[in-house]
Design a protein around this ligand. Sequence first.
Ligand SMILES: [Zn+2]
Length: 400
Amino acid sequence: MKRDSVFIYSDKLLTYRFSKQHPFNQHRLVLTLDLLKKMKAIASEDILVPRTATDEELLLNHEHTYIEAVKMASIGQLPEHQAESFGIGTEDTPAFPGMHEASAQLVGGTLTAVDQVMQEKAQHALHLGGGLHHGFRGKASGFCIYNDSAVAIKYLREKYNARVLYVDTDAHHGDGVQSSFYDDDAVCTLSLHETGRYLFPGTGNVNEWGHDRGYGYSFNIPLDAFTEDDSFLNAYTRAVTEIAEYFKPDILLTQNGADAHFYDPLTHLSTTMKTYREIPRLAHKIANQYCDGKWVAVGGGGYDIWRVVPRAWSLIWLEMIGKADVSGPLPKEWIERWQEKAPVSLIDQWEDPLDMYQPIPRKKDIEEKNQQTVDRALFFVRQQQEQVNRNKEFKRPKSF
Ligand SMILES: [Zn+2]
């Protein structure tokens, strides 16, 4: 029987850990799953243990020499001067024992999710361990070693011949995924992120449209710092709606970094839980409208692992199973269990406090600027639509 949704999880996903102090902390997965359990919104039969990715699968997106370098670093035998050229051993992405196996496990999770959905064992699949969108074909970057989404999209192309729409709402530009498909017209990538002016990785300009055959299949919406819910959601809704209609995908892959939240310590956007409720809601609708429900969602960034990520990521699962209308207090047992371990005071409601931040005078300027950015980003889509309309007219028999 086809399940509605499947949640991909294993404790092995927690082995992806650079160091005790590193901000990328998969303990988020434990907190999220526990919140869903305390909600009684997930049962053990909803959870599927992922397989790991084979070398052959990693090679779909990554260079052989890079995979070999990661394997050497994984056993502490990659010389420093070599590591540098592969982006390994930096402050952001240090080497750690077992890093090859841990990274291949994250990729395996996203491949497991893809197979579940494409083989119609489940309508939707959620793999919060994935979303490592900065991984390049031959280089680690920004906490990411292998790029699970990019491998999974190559796999979707090769094994299922599917047209893929990738939507990335992490606060950072989805540069690694974009670069893997920059010249591909069967994969459309959309990234909404904080402008690269002051934020890693600095790319994701509105005029990064793609290359060659892929021209017009790469979209970027760089938002101004301090963007709030309404403006973020306006940009997201317009972009996703128009691009889905333009591209008509077979499957939707969403990257759900939760670091655009006001509390996130690494970025400068000002969204709240309102945004994290709406993001999966529209994704779900688009998947049903264009892809016969086929929707794979992965995680990504998110560095306030106590106050933000568990709620934001639970809302994706709740949306998948049709129970996203939660509000009011979180389960008391969850708060009690984790408050003593958390270094901050947990938020005990689904909604964020109304006085979380002070209004800023530039709000209107930011909104207008974002509007213009979306107009520019969607220019190509409009042009295409006009072309289609012109062709229709051209084909119409002329009467004299
Ligand atoms: Zn991020």
